[in-house]
Structure formats: C-alpha cells, structure tokens
Write a protein that binds this ligand. Structure first.
Ligand code: NAD
Ligand code: TYD
Length: 352
C-alpha cells in the first residue's frame, strides 16, 4: 500500500513521515517543492529506506501529480504542502495564493481524475486528507468558547484566508464530485524540525545565540499549543477512521499567552543550559511592534475527534516543551544548517 503525501520535507510533514513509518511499512511518496521551509535533512534517516520515495515538485504541477498517481496508485493523498508563515504572508501574499489556493485546486483536479479511474473497491476506500489550520476561524475574545467545527470561517491574515479558500475547495470537490475528502483544522504545533522563524524554535535559537527574544505587542496573544507528534497521530486516525466529508478540529487543550510560553522556555534553558554570566534568558526578552491584524486568541474544541475517533493528545505542554527544548539542544547542527542562507535574509527583513 502507498500514500502520496505532499509537503513532507517541512515541519509537520517530516514529523508525519517519522511517525507513520515507525508504525507501518506503507510506502510514502513525498512530493515537495523544497521551498525555504522544505529541508531534506529532516528525513536524513530515510535516505536509504525504500519506504520513503522523495519527488521534488509542485502540487500545482498537474501533469506531475497525475503521473505520480498513475505510477504509484496510492490509496490516499495527504496534503500538507502550503506556505505556512503568517508574517511572510503579510510581506508577500502572492506565494500563498499560488500554492495554498491554486496549488490545492490543481491537486484536487489531478486526484479527482485518478480517483474516477479506480476500480470500485479501491475507489470506495480512497481518501483525500487536507491538513488545515484553526486560523481559518479568525480570532476569539477572552471568554468566547473555543472553535468547534461548526464555527463560521473568519480568516484575518493572507495566510489564513488562503487556507480557508483551500478548505472551501476541498469541501466543494466532495459535495460536487463526491471526492472522499476529510479536512483537519489544527492549532499551533511545536516540536522537532520546526523552522526557527516560528515563535517557539525562534525563541530557543535566539536565546542560545544571545539575541533578543522578540515579543509582538503586549505578548498576551493566546495560542493553543499541540506537540507535533500528537498532531501526526490525529491525522493517521482521521485517515483510517474519519467519516468522509467531515472536518475534525485538533488541539492540545493548552491555551497559553505568548509571554508565558517564552518565559517557560527561558526558565527551562536557565536550568539546563545556564548563561555564562549567570543572568536569566528572560533578560533577552524585547517587546517589538505588533503584527498587523494580529489575532488575539485561538483555542480548539477537540471533543469531536476524541468522541468519534478516540484521539487525545498524549503530551501536556510541560512534557512537550521539555522534549522540544532537549531536541534543539541535541541538534545544534540542524539549527546551524537551517539558519544559514534564506533564513538569515528573512530575519534581517523582519527584525531589521
Ligand atoms: P512548513 O512551512 O514547515 O512546510 C511546508 C512544506 O510544504 C515545505 O516542505 C515546503 O517545501 C512545501 N511546499 C510549499 N509549497 C509547495 C508546493 N507548491 N508544492 C509542494 N510542496 C510545497 O509548514 P508546516 O508547519 O509543516 O505545515 C504543514 C501544513 O499544516 C500546512 O498546510 C499548514 O497550513 C498546516 N498547519 C500548520 C500548523 C503549524 O502550527 N505549523 C498548524 C495547523 C496546520
Ligand atoms: P507563529 O509561531 O508565527 O504562529 P501563528 O502566527 O501561526 O500563530 O506565532 C505564534 C505567536 O507568537 C503569534 O501570536 C505571534 C507571536 N510571535 C511573537 O510574538 N514573536 C515572534 O518573533 C514570532 C515569530 C511570533
């Protein structure tokens, strides 16, 4: 059996490859464009492993996707590929429209053509899993209930708007053409192989490098953090047992203001890798200009996936952040490698 997975040289996708291949011998054909966020070093341990087939290419290249589908005959397609960073979407939304909207459309069309040619049994069993975000729901007030699957879409950033558009396309390809789709909307992930442009890996990296820890605005924006391996386990459950046409919200029940997250990281680093001058890493915290249109609070109501599919996160924020910090401390070379090149240019553009 084979799965076609897209964008799996990135953060969540590469963790998915590790999680899936630890649990099964199913072949994964990984289609990834290798943008700045794609890093084959995340998959170095599978270089000689026949269960992981890497193909460099764009989800928007319909002819390529059609060829891969016909060659490998996957039982499912899992779409992780996206432009994923809100700040980049503010500076340059074009790539987000191209990959997240147009790319998803081209992918859906290629998959629809393939699915229609399948014999009745594999056609019935086929699944298209679209990996999306809670950011499509917009922002919550301090006392609002967390996002349920029934919450109206109110995206506020070019990133979330492009993901919302892709979710709508996926939904329409089910209702109009019968394509057996499932969509997952997950909260903020953290863990190994996270590109250090996002809050948690950026803070770990900057702390150790003696650089400022930039907090946007007042640092009281709330995110609902989920350890990435828990997200990957949830996607596997949705693939195997999710009801076709449904959406599943995935979250960690871990709402934390950004400043608290940064303080937690600093305290852990103070304990395990104290600064030479004996000061706390918290002294590097620097409040900077807020992100335009910054969503104040995200929170996920993850009861549906627990009730229907029996999924629950295994990590608490405390256990997950400890594992994450330990991973970054043990993988200094990985950080060194990704912080060269494009990433350095990006940090210069963003933080001056
Ligand atoms: P990422 O930016 O780390 O990785 C994205 C991957 O997609 C990269 O390997 C990149 O090379 C690849 N890619 C980009 N454009 C492509 C294209 N046109 N064709 C083929 N490959 C392409 O992102 P991530 O954090 O791993 O997120 C993966 C998915 O999960 C995204 O769809 C994102 O919207 C969603 N998501 C992310 C989070 C999070 O906290 N990171 C939370 C919920 C949902
Ligand atoms: P991020 O990791 O970019 O994820 P998202 O914007 O998709 O939630 O940011 C998480 C939160 O941290 C968000 O509220 C923005 C904030 N943030 C900072 O305060 N400073 C930073 O340098 C970054 C990258 C993010």
């Amino acid at each position: 059996m084979t799965l076609l997975v897209t964008g799996c040289a990135g953060f969540i996708g590469s963790n998915f490859v590790h999680t899936a291949l630890a649990a099964s011998d199913e072949t994964l054909v990984n289609l990834d464009k290798l943008t700045y966020a794609g890093n084959l070093a995340n998959l170095a341990s599978f270089q000689q492993d026949p269960r992981h087939v890497f193909v460099q290419g764009d989800i928007g290249d319909r002819a390529l996707v059609e060829r891969l589908l016909s060659e490998h005959q996957p039982r499912a397609v899992l779409n992780f590929a996206a432009e994923s960073h809100v700040d980049r979407s503010i500076h340059g939304p074009g790539d987000f429209i191209q990959t997240n909207v147009v790319g998803t459309f081209q992918l859906l069309e290629a998959v629809r053509g393939y699915w229609q040619t399948l014999a009745p049994v594999p056609r019935e069993a086929f699944r298209f899993v679209h990996v999306s975000t809670d950011e499509v729901y917009g922002t919550l007030g301090p006392t609002d209930p967390p996002f349920a699957e029934t919450k109206a879409y109110e995206p506020n950033s070019p990133y979330s708007a492009s993901k919302a558009a892709s979710d709508h396309l996926v939904r329409a390809w089910h209702h109009t053409y019968g394509l057996p789709v499932l969509t997952t909307n997950c909260s903020n992930n953290y863990g190994p192989y996270h590109f250090p442009e996002k809050l948690i890996p950026l803070v770990i990296h900057h702390a150790l490098a003696g650089k400022p820890l930039p907090i946007y605005g007042d640092g009281q924006q709330v995110r609902d953090w989920l350890y990435v391996v828990d997200h990957c386990r949830a996607i596997l459950r949705v693939l195997e047992a999710g009801r076709v046409g449904e959406t599943y919200n995935i979250g960690g029940w871990n709402e934390k203001p950004n400043l608290e997250v940064v303080n937690t990281i600093c305290q852990r680093l103070d304990a395990v890798r104290p600064r030479a001058d004996g000061q706390s890493y918290t002294s590097q915290i620097t409040f900077v200009k807020d992100r335009p249109g910054h969503d104040r609070r995200y929170a996920i109501d993850a009861r549906k996936i627990e009730r229907e599919l029996g999924w629950k996160p295994l990590e608490t924020f405390e256990s997950g952040i400890t594992k994450t910090i330990d991973w970054y401390l043990a993988h200094a070379q990985w950080v060194e490698d990704v912080t060269s090149g494009h990433y350095r240019q990006w940090v210069a553009t963003q933080y001056g």
